[in-house]
Design a protein around this ligand. Structure first.
Ligand code: SF4
Length: 465
């Protein structure tokens, strides 16, 4: 039995009629990535359409959902530990319903009920669209419900069409445009828990974005595990550039971001579109994962360092001011001292604006988990420290070199670091904190001259509206 079959075996379809539940409250906690944030927003909109209202904590919530990740082991442990804490709330108020959603729900399924028998609901990402029906079923059931499975999944536009329930007050929003992944990176659990590529239509995405803009959103980030593969599963009818074009027409939308980008998906057509379209931001989050060819091959990433470097050069040459950020794994099986040194040389040469660095953690069910030559934890940690030092130095140098440049910044309100200053993001996603005599409205595009570079971004002052 393969992993997918084992996971989908538990998928149970029952259909009940969703009903309005005026007066009920919900609380959602996110223990994962941007995809989980988008899924949580989608769940919230679904619940609000049923009459639920959000409350800030579990104590007063009728329904508590945890949006979870399973890419690494640590977040899973944290979720179980959080479930242990939430048990107290349930014991105090047995009518409270507790659910686990997201990738960990898909991967663990009924194991969650074995480990935490007080949980009422387990819902995989591809089943979230049925949340109203599932809640109706739960009302009539004495048993916990498990709703998972990636086979025979609904099309993503059905699963993600929550645009009618857009919330007010947000200026930035994540929009899932493609679910799943067809790659099979040796360390990654995602394809097993989110299924294969499934793209929404450009019309469906544009419809959601229009509603977000009507509610005050100025910037959207188009999300997918490999977002540039958008449309692949739909033949050649449309691609990510088609989607950029659709969204570019929307009045009031100021900025379009897109993440995450597999290097094999980055084409000249996409680079040219980013260079040419004013609303598409000059930032590629393009994980390299390793800086040495034999490690990349073992990871099944499908490219070499030289190929990545050539692509990076093309992006930087074609798009002035672009920033490129990356994910990297430290301590993948077989990473010897010598191979790690080669990786460090690569990262020093490639000079990413920022790297998100992860110590390798084996995920059961992935090919890499059973590879020989696993790296001892203390070695991984020591290597990670060296990499962090290298990347911190590079990021600080890049940001310091930006002093004197003027950036277009989307104003987001007072800085969390200093309430007397404003915060925002430059087009290339650099964090900016700036002084001004007249604070701009949230969502305004302003011009900021960088005066000083820091590890986290730049500080400066607003020069004109
Ligand atoms: S491309 Fe990303 S999501 Fe897909 S298998 Fe590789 S690491 Fe996982």
């Amino acid at each position: 039995m393969n992993g997918l079959t084992a996971l989908s075996r538990w998928s149970e379809f029952r259909y009940s009629t969703p009903r309005m539940t005026a007066g009920k409250t919900y609380h959602i906690e996110i223990w994962g990535c941007q995809m989980n944030v988008a899924d949580a927003a989608a769940a919230a909109r679904r619940l609000e359409s049923l009459g639920y209202t959000e409350v800030p904590g579990p104590a007063e919530a009728d329904l508590v959902l945890l949006e979870t990740c399973c890419v690494r082991e640590k977040p899973e442990h944290k979720v179980y530990s959080r479930l242990g804490e939430l048990r107290r709330f349930k014991e105090a108020r047995p009518s409270m319903k507790l659910g686990v959603c997201g990738c960990m729900a898909e991967k663990e399924g009924r194991v969650i009920l074995r480990n935490a028998p007080f949980v009422d609901l387990v819902i995989g990402p591809r089943r979230l669209a049925r949340l109203p029906e599932i809640l109706a079923e739960l009302e009539e059931s004495d048993e916990p419900l498990v709703e998972i499975g990636v086979e025979g999944e609904p099309e993503i536009e059905d699963a993600q069409d929550f645009s009618r329930y857009t919330r007010a007050g947000e200026i930035k929003a994540f929009v899932n445009v493609i679910e799943g992944c067809n790659y099979r990176c040796a360390y990654c659990i995602v394809p097993y828990v989110r299924g294969k590529f499934s793209s929404r239509t450009p019309e469906s995405v544009a419809d959601e974005v229009r509603r977000l803009v009507d509610a005050g959103v100025r910037e959207v980030t188009l999300l997918g595990q490999s977002v540039l593969a958008y449309g692949r599963d739909r033949g050649k009818a449309f691609d990510i550039v088609t989607l950029f074009e659709h969204l570019h027409e929307i009045d009031g939308l100021a900025r379009i971001r897109f993440t995450t980008n597999h290097p094999l998906e980055v084409t000249d057509r996409i680079i040219d579109a980013v260079a040419a379209m004013p609303k598409v931001m000059e930032h590629f989050h393009m994980p390299i994962q390793a800086g040495e060819d034999s490690l990349l091959a073992a990871m099944k990433r499908g490219y070499t360092v030289a190929r990545y470097e050539e692509l990076l050069g093309r992006i930087r040459a074609r798009i002035p001011g672009v920033s490129v950020t990356s994910d990297v794994i430290v301590g993948f099986p077989g990473e010897t001292d010598a191979l790690f040194e080669t990786c460090m040389e690569s990262y020093a040469r490639l000079r990413f604006d920022q790297q998100f660095m992860f110590v390798y953690s084996p995920r059961p069910g992935t090919p890499a988990a059973t590879l020989p030559d696993q790296v001892p934890q203390e070695v991984k940690v020591a290597r990670m420290q060296r990499l962090v030092e290298l990347q911190n130095a590079i990021s600080t140098e890049i940001n310091t070199a930006a002093a004197g440049q003027v950036f277009e910044v989307l104003a987001e309100g007072p800085s969390a670091r200093d309430a007397n200053r404003c915060a925002g993001r430059a087009r290339n996603d650099k964090a900016m904190v700036f002084t001004t005599e007249h604070a701009p409205e949230r969502g305004a595009l302003v011009r900021v001259v960088a005066e000083q570079g820091h590890l986290w971004g730049c500080s400066g002052r607003m020069v004109e509206r």
